[in-house]
Write a protein that binds this ligand. Structure first.
Ligand SMILES: Cc1cc2nc3c(=O)[nH]c(=O)nc-3n(C[C@H](O)[C@H](O)[C@H](O)COP(=O)(O)OP(=O)(O)OC[C@H]3O[C@@H](n4cnc5c(N)ncnc54)[C@H](O)[C@@H]3O)c2cc1C
Length: 389
């Protein structure tokens, strides 16, 4: 069966690899002139890493990633530990796959190199598609057109495929603005930052940081609300002085990291209302195209990788029944993506509580039961999207 994937981001590329494995005839069409992601970090938890490991990518992933030892949630001003939970060998032993930190560019390049070159078509921006009986014709801005038996829109939050299937609807500004910085290790050695995923929770904002690129750089994301910036772009430059101003009074490590930014990029966080369904006939969606979510569970890309596995499993077990396989893909995977979307929105509120009774209740819960303990995170990390068919 011929499968066209629109979009060569982490979701589209990992879906291509998972669909090529059982023998589907897969081609990826990406609008950009080359595969790659703009500099920032990404955390890949065991529910997604096990799917990449299964593709034999672990030696390549080990070369460019960092494996954090722990997740450390701290208070914004005095740095007190609210929760510290394992992410290293204990998590790998419990869930059978490692927790990784990547520079996005490293992960995208790694995935793009493994997809056979003749199956990767850059410079192909989808304009249009027509479904006729059991085939689909996709037309691209460069004048090319292709015929396929199944088309998957993995074209991100501004998905053209979603628009063509379900009509126009703009992503919504969530009110949160994020600044990103990538800090070379030599600039922050004096801060002695452990190889872990660090989250600092405070009033109207939080900061997440972790090592990437084999420990050569620290990825830092600072999220605040309400934010005035409403543009969503990976390349808009922000002002380091403005970020420092928003984090006045925060712990010296947080301010030390921000102060060490060589530059900062700013973007507004958007989401969309959930779709009642993801597929129409022989066309479906995956990743941010169908379930964009706030980053407060660090699961958007992980879910897009799971989508590819769920699709591959459903199509493989239903040969000749593409529409049935798409229905099943949604049945098994949509509730999970929806749960994570909602959990991300809840975390936004929890992370940004002003100091007071609600914050104290949150901190007590983090200290006693903890949301990242092996027992409490099992529902998320243990899931194997390829097995639920
Ligand atoms: C601050 C922040 C931190 C995050 N941290 C994490 C994290 O730690 N872990 C995690 O799992 N997730 C994280 N996420 C979420 C994650 O970044 C996204 O969910 C993920 O990148 C979505 O991947 P995707 O492949 O679906 O879409 P995208 O990455 O947006 O890729 C879409 C691709 O489609 C292409 N495209 C678009 N339109 C067309 C067209 N018409 N024709 C052809 N090609 C097209 C684009 O060029 C792009 O390459 C984070 C998000 C943010 C904002």
């Amino acid at each position: 069966m011929r499968i066209a994937i629109i979009g060569g981001g982490i979701g589209g590329l990992s879906a291509a690899l998972q669909l090529l494995k059982p023998g589907f005839d897969v081609h990826v069409y990406e609008q950009a002139a080359a595969i790659g992601e703009i500099g920032a970090g990404i955390q890949i938890s065991p529910n997604a890493s096990r799917l990449l490991v299964r593709l034999g990518l672990n030696p390549a992933m080990d070369k460019v990633s960092v494996r954090p030892l722990a997740v450390h949630q701290r208070r914004w001003d005095d740095g007190r530990t609210l929760e510290r939970a394992p992410l290293g060998p204990e998590v790998e032993a419990a869930f059978g796959a490692p927790y990784y930190h990547f520079h996005r560019g490293d992960l995208a390049e790694l995935l793009g190199t493994v997809v056979p070159a003749e199956r990767l078509h850059v410079g192909h921006k989808l304009l249009d598609l027509i479904q006729k009986c059991e085939r689909i014709v996709a037309r691209f801005e460069n004048g090319a057109s292709v015929e396929t038996d199944l088309l998957i829109g993995a074209d991100g939050i501004h998905s053209r495929v979603r628009h063509l299937l379900f009509g126009p609807e703009k992503p919504r500004f969530t009110g949160c603005v994020a600044w990103r910085g990538l800090v070379p290790a030599e600039r922050i050695r004096h801060l002695c930052i452990e190889i872990a995923s660090h989250s600092w929770l405070g009033p109207d904002g939080h900061v997440v940081h972790y090592w990437v690129s084999g420990g050569r750089m620290m990825n830092v994301v600072c999220v605040v609300e309400p934010g005035e910036w409403t543009q969503e772009s990976w390349t808009d430059k922000g002002e380091v002085a403005e970020v420092l101003g928003r984090y006045e009074g925060w712990h010296p490590i947080v301010r030390g990291l921000i102060g060490a930014f060589p530059e900062t990029l700013i973007w507004a966080l958007h989401d969309r209302l959930p779709l009642p369904r993801w597929s129409d006939g022989r066309v479906t969606l995956l990743g941010d195209a169908c379930h964009p979510m706030l980053p407060m569970m660090a699961q958007g890309a992980a879910q897009s990788i799971e989508d590819g596995a769920a699709l591959a499993a459903s199509l493989t077990t239903r040969p000749g029944d593409v529409t049935g396989a798409l229905v099943r893909y949604e049945e098994v995977h949509k509730p999970r993506a929806t749960r994570l979307r909602e959990a991300s929105a809840t975390n936004r509120k929890r992370f940004h509580l002003p100091d007071g009774p609600e914050q104290q209740k949150r901190d007590e819960a983090l200290a006693t039961s903890g949301d990242r303990s092996i027992a409490n995170i099992g529902w998320l990390y243990r899931h194997d999207a390829a097995q639920v068919v």
